[in-house]
Ligand binder design. Structure first.
Ligand code: NAD
Length: 318
């Protein structure tokens, strides 16, 4: 069985990805790593290593120790935090990617997954049905790092035949692992606050429509693009990926089906400007055509699943 290394495994997506890949490939074959410790079940259900994603020698040691063939690089600084620490965000997001691409170029590993983001788009990109190939002039440091990263991926593929695969995640919504400093985090917090307090103060305005996706779908996409045969991956920058687009008002309406008195107040902050620069609805037809991407959850199904699960796991609401 092949051995996989996940870098940034304790984050929102890394946690879910580690659980999923361990189920599919066996606990011992999926090595989780992060710069910090994370959820107990991630650290205890299989091998776990402390790794700094920018430390090439440390990653190489772990690759050799376990005989790693594939790396999923999930470590990054996200949009809202990156605006506070631009230089740190650039250093982490770029250096970690180049380190992993170099390991593949030097044939220590043979496949890489690296996520990009809808943040590659900016206010000059079309906002409705944002095409796969269009203007990418992001206004955030995070977006700049993702555009540059996409071009590095394509460069390493074209120049050195590095098999790197990438998708532009929209905002990812989950209830088991919490988000880490993104502009779409409100769509996770809202469920927790609705169940805990019956009310929520939203940092985006009522009608801010953004592309989003339930974690189950995000993991399916990640596993799906990595499973596809090499010839199917025709885009080596990064694929547009979409599922649902909604506004804070629409998610509040869905929550009211379960908590009728739920109240929401709107107090937009600096994240409103970031959200306003991003697409409303993304065209992901290339991913659907090339490697068979399909999403399963719409807003109602996702809301039902999250509320039922959080009611079952009340300890998460403490
Ligand atoms: P997260 O912030 O929840 O997790 C990132 C993890 O990386 C954290 O556990 C952190 O400890 C770790 N990390 C930070 N610095 C590190 C370092 N130097 N070495 C090793 N680990 C380090 O992020 P996430 O939401 O899980 O995002 C994962 C990837 O998906 C990122 O590339 C992000 O840009 C991308 N993405 C996420 C979303 C989203 O909505 N969550 C949307 C678009 C793209």
């Amino acid at each position: 069985m092949k051995k996989i290394l996940i870098i940034g495994a304790c984050g929102q997506i890394g946690t879910a990805l580690t659980e999923n890949l361990r189920k599919e490939f066996g606990n011992e074959n999926v090595i989780a790593s992060d710069i910090r410790e994370g959820a107990k079940h991630i650290m205890e259900s299989g091998p776990f290593e402390i790794i700094d994603a920018t430390d090439k020698n440390r990653i190489l040691d772990v690759v050799k120790e376990y005989g790693i063939e594939e790396i999923y690089l999930m470590a990054a600084m996200l949009s809202a935090t990156a605006e506070k620490y631009p230089q740190k965000a650039w250093d982490l997001n770029m250096k970690s990617l180049l380190v992993v691409l170099d390991l593949a170029k030097e044939k220590h590993i043979n496949k890489v997954f690296w996520p990009s983001s809808m943040a590659v788009f900016g206010s000059t990109s079309p906002k409705i049905n944002t095409p796969q190939q269009t203007v990418t002039e992001p206004t955030t440091v995070y977006g700049i790092s993702k555009v540059a990263g996409e071009h590095w991926c394509n460069y390493y593929y074209q120049k050195y035949d590095v098999d790197v695969r990438s998708i532009r995640y929209p905002g990812i919504i989950s209830w088991k692992s919490l988000p880490g400093g993104g502009t779409t985090d409100y769509a996770v917090d809202i469920y927790f606050e609705a169940l805990k307090n019956g009310s929520f103060e939203c940092f985006l305005s009522k009608d801010t429509r953004l592309p989003m996706m339930y974690m189950e779908d995000a993991i399916n996409a990640t596993v799906g693009i990595m499973r596809a045969t090499k010839e199917k991956i025709k885009i080596r920058t990064s694929y547009n990926l979409a599922a649902i687009s909604f506004t804070p008002n629409e998610i509040a309406e869905e929550i009211r089906k379960y908590i009728p008195d739920f109240e929401i107040q709107y107090k937009p902050d600096f994240r409103q400007d970031i959200a306003d620069s991003w697409p409303r609805i993304i065209d992901d037809s290339a991913a659907r055509k090339d490697w068979g991407w399909e999403h399963n959850y719409d807003l109602s199904e996702m809301t039902e699943d999250i509320i039922l699960n959080l009611r079952k796991h009340e300890e998460l609401l403490m």
